[in-house]
Design a protein around this ligand. Structure first.
Ligand code: AMP
Ligand code: MG
Length: 190
């Protein structure tokens, strides 16, 4: 069984940038972008057109897309699978877990990594990303979401038995953060 690193973090921490760098820095690694896998099913079944529409769907519909993505990831057999996903989703029905019991267990993570940044950095990254329809939120609510992420991370770690790690993605340090994760994973692969 290979390594399976599940990388999480609230929108705007720079998670996708770090994940993509980890995948290119580790020989034989495969990227699994959870949102993209959900979107493929959502588009095929004509439920949504854009990735930022998914979190507005009734939770019951999101749940079906979520389960479909988890089962695709469960079948991946590469030496390292790096999953880019979320601990929770801000839906109209409330915060909804991105890694509920069945989903996180199906993915069999060996490592859980939470990417963090300061509320200021998150707010400016969200504002700068014109490719996405990010939710507008205050710095206070970003601080709350960062705290909430740590609680959900601990829950995922307890459910799976995988160690959890928190990394700080300071502006301009993406390469260093990714290189540190690659070294950690190479050590785990020995
Ligand atoms: P992202 O590009 O990482 O922001 O993900 C796009 C969208 O995919 C999110 O806004 C969610 O709607 C959905 N998504 C990603 N990961 C999960 C997950 N683990 N559970 C449920 N929805 C998810
Ligand atoms: Mg992303």
């Amino acid at each position: 069984m290979g390594l399976r690193a599940v990388v999480v973090g609230i929108p705007g921490v720079g998670k996708t940038t770090v994940v993509d760098k980890v995948v290119s820095g580790f020989e034989g690694a495969r990227l699994a972008n959870f949102g993209t896998l959900m979107l493929e099913t959502g588009i095929a079944s004509k439920v949504v057109k854009h990735r930022d529409e998914m979190r507005k769907l009734p939770v019951d519909k999101q749940r079906r897309l979520q389960k479909a993505a988890a089962s695709k990831i469960a079948k991946m057999k590469e030496k390292l699978v790096v999953v880019d996903t979320h601990l929770f989703i801000r839906t109209p029905e409330g915060f909804w877990p991105g890694l509920p019991f069945d989903v996180v267990r199906a993915m069999k993570p060996t490592h859980l990594v939470l990417v963090e940044a300061t509320p200021d950095e998150i707010a400016s990254r969200r504002a700068a990303d014109t490719t996405r329809y990010r939710d507008a939120v205050t710095k206070e609510s970003l601080a709350e979401e960062l705290a909430l992420a740590r609680s959900f991370l601990a829950a995922a770690s307890t459910l799976t038995g995988a160690p959890m790690m928190i990394v700080t993605n300071t502006q301009g340090k993406q390469d260093e953060v990714a290189a540190g994760l690659v070294r950690m994973l190479e050590g785990a692969a020995e």
